[in-house]
Structure formats: C-alpha cells, structure tokens
Design a protein around this ligand. Structure first.
Ligand SMILES: *Cc1c(COP(=O)(O)O)cnc(C)c1O
Length: 390
C-alpha cells in the first residue's frame, strides 16, 4: 500500500484532531453560540450543559471531581496559573522544588519567580532521564520541616518521553504536607493517570496533545478545606471559581471533553498498538544501522516516543534529507532557540551527541506502513550522510 507523504511523526508537538472530536467542535460552533454565563434563557442553558458534560469527561480522565476542573487556553496557561497563582497567594517568597526536565511553560515561570526572590531547586535527572528521587527527598527536608511551598514535576517528558515516578513523589509530598503539581500535557490520555493515587493537588493538561483542538486545556485544582492557596492571575467575570475569568470557549471545551472521553475509552488498545509500532520502528533502525542509541529510559517511557541518537551525523543535516517525514530535533517550543537541548544535556550527553538526536512521536493515526516507510528512509539517509563524511 502506498504511503501518503509527508508522514506525520511529531505527535509530541501536536496531534491531528480525531474526526469525532472535529464533529463535536463544528456542531457546537454552528448550533450553540450561547454564553454559559447567561442564566436567563435556553441559549445559555444549552451552553452550560455542554460545558458541564465536558467538565465531567475531563475530570474522569484524571480521576478527579468535575468541580476540580478549571478550563484554560492550554497547558501553558494552566502551568502559569498553578505556579504563579500559588506564589501570589504567599505573603513572602518561599521555596519551590522542580526538575531539569521541565517544559518551558514551567521552567520560565520558575525563572521569573527566582528573579523575584523565590528559592527554586531544579532536581537533576539521571542518565535515563528520570528525576533523582533522593535529591528531591533531601531538598524536601524531614516530615517536620515546612520549608517548601510546592513541588512541580513533569509527568511525561516531551522530548525523551520519560514517565516520572509521580506516585513516589506524591507520597513524599503528602507525608510533609507539601503541594504537588504536575505538567501532564504529554501523559494524560496517553498513559493512566489518577490524581488521588498520585497525590496530586494540581495538574495541567492540554487538548491538542490528545487529538483535540488547540487553544484549550485545563488545570485540575484539588478541592480541600480550606481551599488551596491559589490566586487568579487575571480578574473580571468570576468564571471558573474566579480562577480563570472570561467567557468560556464552549466549542473548544466540548471538543476537549470528547477527546478525553475517547482517550479513556480506547486507552489500553491504543497504548498496546502504538507501543508495538514504536518498538517495530526502533528494532528496524537498530538492526540496520550501527551506531544508533536510544536517549532516555527504555522502560519508563511514553508508548509513542522515540528519541534516537545517530552517531556521526547532525540531526539538522538529517531532517532535510528525510523531508517526507515530519520529525523534530526536540521541543517544538524551543525550536527557535539555538544550541543543544538542555534536557538531553541533563542526561549527560555531550553537545555533539545531543545535536545527533532526533525525536519521533507516533500517535493514534500512525500506521504500520508509515513506520516501515520511515525506517527505510531514515536508514538510507543516515547511511548516505555517513558516506559523504570526509
Ligand atoms: C505542549 C506542552 C505544553 C503546552 O501546552 P499548550 O496547550 O500548547 O499550551 C506544556 N507542557 C508540555 C509537557 C507540553 O508537551
């Protein structure tokens, strides 16, 4: 069967919308323009029902209560609201523990807080791309210390796909009464997530990483008594418990809900299918090429992720040679920044090794034919590039 090109293998940057999600988006956009804050008529009520339904669907994917879901414009806004909102509720700068594996939408708000006097600890990763738990524990102090305001750790790393030990981190935090936030944009919907067993107080998720539309996401905020010390970053309107005011993006939210429903419904089969395709691609490359290595953990990894190092080549040279494949050299959010990926360097790779690395992201719509085609093209291009070398 002929493969339609270009082949999309960059599902960590974004995913195509699922046709069922697109249908919801279009239907709501067309038929339901009401404002869910309009209490007095059926246009408002219809919109309210759509949002309520989506809130249930999103909550269900996380094992949360629907009242704990705050809709945002995406995971970037959710991360900013979590970090800056917790900081804003504190009368004086405190201490936040995070990692060297974070997405820029966590690391940059943390840089900002650091400039404002906060003590920010970035726990390093080991060679496999897993956060060093002992270092985190040491920084948390004893169960009697109450020095730390918040721990924020990415759930699934967006370049190397490593799944961080959230349950263990959650336990360390819970034992000390420390708030725990996770950026789960790459994890939620792709692997099982449960906010209770993971001890999570705050979770950020994004619709467009799970076959939903762009520009919508959510922050899960655990309901506690008293409420979590979280301040809004913008004001006016009182929507979303006053934490995220502004008229809700009803079509986007309804479609996001549908994306969550589908993700939960099909997760086990989908994980198995994508993992099998991912392993097939990796084995083809490994069998046919010397000098290929996997960056990150072989086991604690997103099913659709590969991050591969091809010795002796530069990915910036390789990518144009395989232009029929949509691949990336790293985080889409960093692609404007020069220099090797900080995440790859944090695994202990040299700058040269980091520059020889390519990220491949398989997804719901990736086929076996596409995987075989990708393997063939990558092998041919790497062999040729190596031959051209003086
Ligand atoms: C994509 C991504 C984000 C940003 O999500 P948006 O909805 O695009 O703002 C944040 N964190 C991680 C890990 C991501 O992969």
């Amino acid at each position: 069967m002929a493969v339609r090109t270009p082949v999309y293998l960059d599902n960590h940057a974004t995913t195509p919308m699922d046709p069922a999600v697109l249908e919801v988006l279009q239907r709501v956009q067309k038929d339901h323009f009401g404002n869910p804050a309009s209490e007095g008529h059926s246009f408002g009520w219809a919109a309210q029902t759509l949002v309520k339904n989506a809130r249930h669907q999103v909550a269900q994917l996380l094992g949360a209560d629907p009242r704990e879901i705050i809709f945002t414009s995406g995971a970037t806004e959710a991360n900013n609201l979590a970090l800056l909102g917790i900081a804003a509720a504190s009368t004086k700068p405190g201490k936040i523990i995070s990692s060297t594996l974070e997405h820029s939408s966590v690391s940059e708000p943390l840089d900002h807080l650091e400039q404002r006097g906060w003590d920010v600890v970035r726990v390093p990763s080991d060679q496999d791309g897993l956060l060093q738990l002992e270092v985190l524990e040491k920084n948390l102090g004893s169960v009697h210390d109450h020095q730390v305001s918040l721990v924020s750790v990415i759930a699934a790393q967006n370049e190397i796909g490593t799944l961080q030990p959230l349950e263990k981190i959650g336990k360390l935090c819970r034992d000390r009464g420390v708030l725990f936030h996770s950026d789960a944009a790459q994890a939620c919907g792709h692997v099982a997530m449960d906010v209770t067993s993971m001890g999570l107080d705050l979770v950020s998720i994004s619709s467009h990483k799970i076959y939903g539309p762009k520009g919508v996401g959510a922050l899960m905020v655990k309901r506690t008594h008293p409420p979590l010390p979280l301040q809004p970053l913008s004001f006016g309107g009182g929507q979303e418990n006053g934490l995220r005011p502004g008229t809700l993006n009803v079509p986007g939210i309804a479609a996001f809900g549908e994306a969550c429903r589908l993700a939960l419904e099909n997760r086990d089969q989908e994980v198995a299918r994508i993992r099998q395709l991912r392993d097939r691609l990796w084995h083809r490359l490994e069998e046919q090429l010397p000098g290929v290595d996997l960056n990150g953990s072989a086991h604690s990894r997103l099913p659709g992720n590969l991050n591969i190092r091809f010795d002796g080549i530069r990915s910036a040279q390789l990518l144009p040679r395989v232009a029929v494949l949509a691949l990336s050299t790293g985080s889409a959010c960093r692609s404007a920044e020069p220099g090797p990926s900080p995440v790859l360097l944090s695994l202990g790779l040299t700058a040269q090794q980091a520059a020889a690395s390519v990220r491949i992201g398989l997804g719901r719509f990736t086929t076996e034919e596409e995987v075989d085609f990708a393997a063939e093209r990558l092998v041919a291009a790497v062999v040729k590039l190596r031959q051209e070398k003086p």
